[in-house]
Design a protein around this ligand. Structure first.
Ligand SMILES: CC(C)(COP(=O)(O)OP(=O)(O)OC[C@H]1O[C@@H](n2cnc3c(N)ncnc32)[C@H](O)[C@@H]1OP(=O)(O)O)[C@@H](O)C(=O)NCCC(=O)NCCS
Length: 314
């Protein structure tokens, strides 16, 4: 028996440990290798980022007999939808309905607010895939996760004539939000404000932030933007939104070069052949498959959406 509660600040460390043990346990058992190699301290990133963005929006399942945290689930209410973040159950409690009950609480919130729920789940993890489809989510878009060791000298640039790529600034935020609304039909300006504030932090602190955001303009009109993160708990490019594949490609080259010398993972929509083939030419390999799942209204993308896991998009 367990009770569902909101995570308290004193429980961050235990939840970080749970995320680490649950995810690594599952990956080691099913796929033969751990996902988080930086220890439980690295998965504090999820508590830190998610609680900064959405205080009080982490649900935990606590065992009635010894108060052990059996499961955790982060969610992010946004203007157009609710995004579901990382969901974890302790391996000792798998298959007992912990995740289903945590999910049901988020569904209740979404139904009350009359919003869709969106998430990105691994297509190689039938436990999580099924958890969501059984609860009424519909897989809408497949992504291939590609991993690339970005050479120290970077990767060559294609033709960037006529476009301006630069670090995002606060004044770009409305255009970033409008573009995502046109391409993916969701709005979540708060998330970009967080990423872009990290850009500003870099110039003040004279060192590299975890986050970096680039924007691409053509003839004064925003065509795309892309975020990346480098941290012990996550080395990813994304989220990104682009009007078309060539914009996404220019941004991806730019962002990967910014992260030269790092091993980066990025999620490419499977039908974006130009992106996929160029990534192969750079030496990228497939490492997993993810699927955007939506419970509620969904309109097909009108452009390129490259999601990530923090905060989840898709
Ligand atoms: C994925 C995970 C959260 C599931 O947690 P759980 O508490 O074991 O899941 P539940 O017991 O609530 O089961 C969820 C539902 O999926 C169903 N299900 C599981 N596998 C299924 C399958 N192959 N086909 C159909 N349904 C399936 C279960 O029957 C259950 O539905 P029910 O309650 O109506 O019977 C857990 O395995 C986990 O933490 N894994 C490691 C981390 C991870 O992968 N997180 C998700 C990605 S962010």
């Amino acid at each position: 028996m367990f009770t569902i509660q909101s995570m308290q600040p004193t429980q961050h460390q235990e939840v970080a440990q749970l995320i680490h043990d649950s995810t690594n346990g599952w990956y080691l058992n099913q796929l033969g290798q751990e996902l988080f190699t930086g220890g439980p301290q690295s998965t504090m990133l999820f508590c830190d980022v998610y609680e900064t963005l959405d205080p009080g929006c982490c649900l935990i399942a606590v065992a009635d007999h010894d108060q052990m945290i059996l499961g955790s689930c982060f969610y992010h209410p946004r203007e157009t939808h609710i995004a579901l973040g990382i969901m974890n159950v302790h391996p000792s409690a798998f298959g007992q309905g912990v995740a289903r009950q945590l999910l049901q609480r988020v569904i209740d919130v979404a139904d009350e607010q009359q919003k869709a729920i969106r998430l990105v789940s691994s297509a190689m993890n039938l436990d999580s895939f099924s958890l969501y489809t059984k609860a009424g989510f519909v897989p809408r878009q497949m992504f291939q996760d590609m991993v690339l060791d970005v050479p120290l000298q970077g990767i060559g640039f294609g033709d960037l004539s006529g476009v301006e790529i630069r670090d995002a600034r606060e004044e770009d935020l409305p255009a970033m939000a409008d573009l995502e609304y046109r391409v993916a039909h969701i709005r979540r300006e708060k998330d970009y404000r967080f990423f872009v504030a990290a850009n500003a932090g870099m110039s003040r602190q004279q060192d590299r932030p975890h986050w970096h955001t680039s924007v691409l303009y053509r003839q004064g009109e925003m065509q795309g933007w892309m975020v990346s993160i480098v941290h012990a708990g996550s080395q990813m490019v994304g989220p990104a939104i682009a009007r078309d594949e060539s914009v996404a490609l220019s941004l991806l080259q730019h962002e990967l070069n910014y992260r030269a010398g790092n091993r980066m993972v990025f999620l490419v929509p499977v039908e974006c052949q130009k992106l996929v083939q160029t990534a192969y030419a750079w030496g990228a390999k497939n490492c997993e498959l993810h699927v955007a799942q939506v419970r509620g209204a969904f309109r097909p993308y009108q452009g390129v959406c490259m999601p990530t896991f923090m905060p989840e998009t898709g």
